[in-house]
Design a protein around this ligand. Structure first.
Ligand code: FAD
Ligand code: NAD
Length: 492
């Protein structure tokens, strides 16, 4: 402990900033605050910062998805005249690789805590009042902390559905949430995935590639509700080949453990087999905010009907000394959104006149192909009755996509028809998650289709699909013949 963190009350820690929760929101905030010269205490139950994202979310899932991609590509190589034998999967080694990825990254955040002289308390925080909390330390005892400001970054946890639970220990063994699925306990023969959202599709595709027969049940009419259908259609085609079945408009009414597996009752207009047997069930039906922080009711912090902590644009709660960021304050529940909110909150605390007002937050589903979008989607534009022009470039016309045999892609720009300003970008295809960054920058910089078109992109790359989408807007794309019926009248 540094001397200036000792308060008047003897052993009580007194600090300028206490951050509760060490996920990508909390640790980004704590690190920036330390860089700006604040004394910082960071509280989290894990050995090192990382939160859900690093320990049981973004990072381990992407390690497994990478392996799945290598397997899928090696299988596909037969089409190019290169035949590999079917991979032998050593699950212990694969799990070891995934764990080593997590350990490496969390070891790194632990080092950064030390370099920045952030006081890290391994434990759980309880709020005492608007300027103090107490930490139940993992190794025993309590640590009271007085703070000038606090940032709550307690994240979220999987939604649990009572009708999708089994009794006692069987529940964790047979019915998995994402955390359990990431443990790779086994590769089940028959896996039911409940929820066709981010987690269901990402982890479902990992298990399908490892050898499970995967059935996906989604209660709405399409996978990834909210995302543009033309993008989802490309992925859905691929999933139709890799999954055993995708059941839309379907709900799981009940599950029951039997000697031969889990008996699942399905309900829905298109369900042909209402009773089915599975070895395991992965429930991925959303996440709920961890706003049930003990003692929060001793402050003026408000929680809304969905359980999110209510914050203003500066991420200040109803209690002037307390800020909140990340999954606990609302959607989208994404790591990069949490980190940016964290940095905004810290800047506000040090007196800068800033707010969290992004024009675009990129979303990426790391399936194969990946889907990524940012800014205004076409779906949203239709819903809000906004007039937009959508310029699309199919990857079948991209030299790069053809040379890597990945024609299953589409890049689209959602544009203001009058000014050509880029309002949204959507991409499906191999590596879409990397490509979307250009779209996010374009939106934030107020770029127009002309800017995208005049920016020289390297050849042959998939980035050219962004440039050629802009050319499509003008009816001048080199690699697609799509003359305009009416020339856009773009104001300069
Ligand atoms: P979290 O990461 O949830 O961290 C909160 C921390 O606070 C936790 O460590 C928790 O233990 C701690 N905490 C809670 N209560 C207390 C308390 N009282 N005292 C002390 N500590 C407390 N997002 C992406 O952007 N990209 C992805 O690829 C991606 N993949 C994902 C894959 C999976 C399987 C899952 C589950 C999520 C994924 N996400 C992804 C979402 C991402 O993990 C979250 O959006 C992100 O972790 C939220 O960050 P956060 O800082 O708000 O909270
Ligand atoms: P989700 O909201 O992405 O998807 C849940 C899906 O389950 C939805 O399609 C919903 O319609 C469906 N559903 C809900 N109840 C159902 C039921 N009873 N039966 C059948 N279907 C049902 O939630 P998730 O996949 O659990 O992921 C949670 C959040 O974590 C995501 O929204 C995202 O914010 C974050 N996440 C992000 C990434 C990424 O960035 N790549 C990856 C994983 C998770």
């Amino acid at each position: 402990m540094t001397g200036n963190q000792l308060g008047d009350a003897g052993s009580m820690i007194s600090t300028q900033l206490a951050v509760v929760g060490g996920g990508p929101g909390g640790y980004a905030a704590a690190f920036l605050a330390a860089d700006l010269g604040l004394q910082v205490v960071l509280v989290d139950p894990e050995d090192n910062p990382g939160g859900v994202c690093v320990y049981r979310g973004c990072i381990p899932s992407k390690a497994l998805l990478h392996v799945a991609k290598v397997i899928a590509e090696s299988r596909h190589a037969a089409a190019w005249g290169v035949q590999f034998s079917e991979p032998a999967i050593d699950l212990d080694k694969l799990r070891g690789f995934k764990n080593s990825v997590v350990a490496r990254l969390t070891g790194g955040t632990g080092q950064l805590v030390k370099h920045r002289k952030v006081r890290y308390l391994k434990g759980r925080a309880e709020i005492v009042d608007a300027h103090s909390l107490t930490v139940t330390l993992h190794d025993g005892g309590n640590e009271p902390v007085r703070f000038d400001h606090a940032i709550l970054a307690t994240g979220s946890r999987p939604v649990r559905v009572p009708s999708l639970s089994l009794e006692g220990a069987l529940d964790n063994d047979r019915v998995w949430d994402s955390t359990r699925a990431l443990d790779l306990p086994l590769v089940p023969k028959r896996l039911l995935v409940v929820g066709g959202g981010y987690i269901g599709l990402e982890l479902g595709s990992v298990y399908a590639t490892l050898g499970s027969q995967v059935t996906i049940v989604e209660m709405t009419a399409g996978l990834l509700p909210g995302a543009d259908r033309d993008l989802v259609d490309v992925l859905a085609k691929r999933i139709a080949q890799t999954a055993k079945a995708v059941l839309l408009n379907t709900k799981v009414a009940r599950i029951a453990a039997g000697p031969d597996g889990i008996r699942v009752s399905l309900e829905g207009a298109d369900v042909k087999e209402p009773e089915q047997l599975f070895d395991n069930v992965l429930v991925a039906v959303g996440r709920r905010p961890n706003s049930d922080i003990p003692g929060l009711d001793r402050t003026a912090v408000q929680v809304d009907a969905r359980g999110f902590i209510v914050v203003d644009a500066q991420r200040r709660t109803g209690e002037p000394s307390i800020f909140a960021i990340g999954d606990v304050v609302g959607e989208p529940m994404l790591a990069h959104k949490a980190s940016h909110e964290g940095r905004t909150a810290v800047e506000v605390i040090v007196g800068e006149n800033v707010a969290f007002e992004p024009l675009a937050i990129p979303a990426v589903v790391f399936t194969d192909p990946e889907i990524a979008w940012c800014g205004l989607t076409e779906t949203q534009a239709v819903k809000e009755k906004r007039t937009v022009t959508v310029a699309k470039f199919p990857w079948a016309a991209s030299g790069r996509a053809i040379s890597i045999d990945r024609l299953d892609g589409l890049t689209k720009l959602v544009l203001d028809p009058e000014t050509g300003r880029v309002l949204g970008v959507g991409i499906v295809g191999a590596g879409a998650g990397e490509l979307i960054a250009e779209g996010t920058l374009a939106i934030e910089m107020g770029a127009t289709a002309t800017d995208m078109k005049l920016t020289i992109h390297p050849h042959p790359t998939l980035t050219e699909t962004v440039m050629e989408s802009a050319e499509v807007f003008y009816g001048q794309a080199t690699h697609v013949f799509r003359p305009l019926r009416k020339k856009p009248e773009v104001k300069s």
